[in-house]
Design a binder for this molecule. Structure first.
Ligand code: NAG
Ligand code: NAG
Ligand code: NAG
Ligand code: NAG
Length: 429
């Protein structure tokens, strides 16, 4: 009897930490499946289903702290934004499967285009969740010493008994890790000696449970470590968490990327070389280009101002004068007098509406978003909101963030060697 109970417990734990078996399909070549953390495939979704309002409001609250965090990165402030009230988890929204070590152990790592680092919770980690990479079971694992060349690429490394160790903050969390190396397999691609942070201690609630896969372009990033294989090129198609198949794709490398795609130039901010800045020059609501003060959109490498594409923020944030101009024109076009609010969304309706499209005008590329990328509807259909907000005003915010709801069902291509970012409509399922 006891063993039976134990078996059931082990079974339910292991199911709770891997993908729903129905979603376990083979991945081919260099294309990984991408899952929303709230998708039925994901073991990381909240154990008690949240109501639609709770869902939306919690995503918005997490976004608030993520945008503050991103703004603090560009402004190079040392301040770590701490959310008021209850603890805010702000781990990124999409996960991919990686197999680490020999024999491989599967981890569901969060995808984050605004970070370079990769870290994985390792055995012995204090403060990590129960799913860890057991380094002792991998025959190819090793920790890097302080004199390893890669140790010099880590910010503020220290020498812990000869090992390269480092501390850093991520969102409102702090982490301590060993710099380590092991084989990793992404879809069908083996990457023999991948360097990553092996988490030994975490505090705070921002750390993704099964690790972080940074898709930024800095020195120790996945892109830098796989330059020969993937040529610093990748694209993704993010599924809506309500889409029936619940999975999109992350395609690594130049092979199989769309040929018919519009591009805009990628810009580099020397303060934060890993962020993907683009030049947003205007915003159109329906056919009208709204009146936005140029400095609300301008790229300025010395202040960190500008616009980034980010995979981890859910709802697009515009600096206040830009948001207000867009929202006012949106309301004017919707022509329903009774505007209500829901949490941080200030343009909501309790009657069905016909919404105008919104076009982000980048240098060389206009991206026109249909209703599905602009509106969120409650399950009961009783409330509809414009799914954007103004950037948090308690930081000296200068950053516009094109977020994942606005990118869903589009292929977004990051072509770093040619300094360009492409966008094309695509059904992500
Ligand atoms: C991390 O490094 C410390 C010493 O610097 C060592 O004691 C610990 O075992 C390492 N952890 C792993 C998972 O290798
Ligand atoms: C890094 O974090 C660890 C664990 O919290 C702590 O013991 C150590 O003193 C920290 N090192 C530095 C250089 O801050
Ligand atoms: C406006 O909305 C509020 C709240 O939903 C409702 O109480 C009120 O009757 C509405 N007014 C009109 C004119 O529809
Ligand atoms: C984007 O739209 C604007 C205004 O409608 C137009 O003037 C411009 O030529 C378009 N840009 C591109 C690259 O199509």
């Amino acid at each position: 009897m006891k063993t039976l109970v134990l078996c059931l417990v082990i079974l339910s734990i292991s199911q709770a930490q891997g993908l729903n078996p129905k979603c376990e399909t083979q991945e081919h070549a260099s294309t990984l499946k991408v899952f929303h953390i709230y998708s039925p495939c994901s073991p990381l979704k909240p154990s008690k289903p949240l109501s639609w309002e709770e869902d939306v409001l919690s995503m918005l609250a997490k976004d608030q702290s993520r945008v503050q965090y991103l703004s603090s990165l560009v402004a190079k402030k040392s301040m770590v934004p701490v959310a008021s009230g209850r603890q805010i988890v702000q781990s990124p929204t999409y996960i991919v499967r990686a197999r680490i070590g020999t024999p491989p152990q599967t981890m569901l790592m969060a995808m984050d285009t605004s970070n370079d680092a990769a870290w994985i919770p390792c055995n012995g980690c204090l403060g990590c969740s129960s799913k860890v990479f057991n380094t002792a079971k991998s025959t190819t694992f090793n920790n890097l010493g302080c004199h390893a060349p890669q140790c010099k690429q880590v910010r503020n490394p220290t020498c812990g008994g000869g090992a390269c160790v480092f501390n850093m903050t991520y969102g409102s969390s702090s982490i301590a890790a060993n710099l380590s190396q092991d084989a990793i397999t992404l879809a069908a691609d083996p990457i023999p000696s991948y360097v990553f942070g092996c988490l030994q201690k975490t505090a705070g609630s921002s750390v993704p449970q099964q690790g972080l896969m940074g898709l930024g372009r800095g020195p120790l990033s996945l892109l830098s470590q796989t330059k020969n294989l993937y040529k610093s090129t990748f694209s993704y198609c993010l599924p809506s968490f309500r889409s029936p198949k619940f999975s999109g794709s992350l395609r690594l490398g130049p092979t199989g990327q769309p040929l018919r795609i519009k591009y805009t130039q990628l810009l580099k901010n020397p303060r934060r070389p890993s962020l993907y800045f683009v030049n947003l020059i205007g915003i159109r609501v329906g056919r009208r280009i709204v009146d936005i003060p140029p400095n609300a959109l301008a790229f300025n490498p010395s202040t960190g101002a500008g616009t980034i594409f980010d995979s981890g923020t859910v709802f697009t944030r515009l600096v206040e004068p830009a948001y207000v101009a867009v929202r006012n024109e949106f309301r004017r076009r919707v022509k329903v007098a009774n505007v209500t609010s829901l949490g941080g969304f200030d343009t909501c309706y309790t009657v069905p509406i016909v919404a105008p499209t919104i076009t982000f005008m980048f240098t060389g590329m206009n991206v026109t978003l249909p209703q599905e990328n602009l509106l969120i509807h409650s399950t009961a259909g009783s409330i509809t909101c414009l799914a954007m907000a103004s950037a948090p005003d308690n930081v000296n915010s200068v950053l516009n963030v094109i977020a994942n709801m606005q990118q869903q069902n589009h292929r977004v291509l990051f072509d770093v060697p040619n300094s360009r970012l492409g966008v094309a409509r695509e059904r992500c399922t």
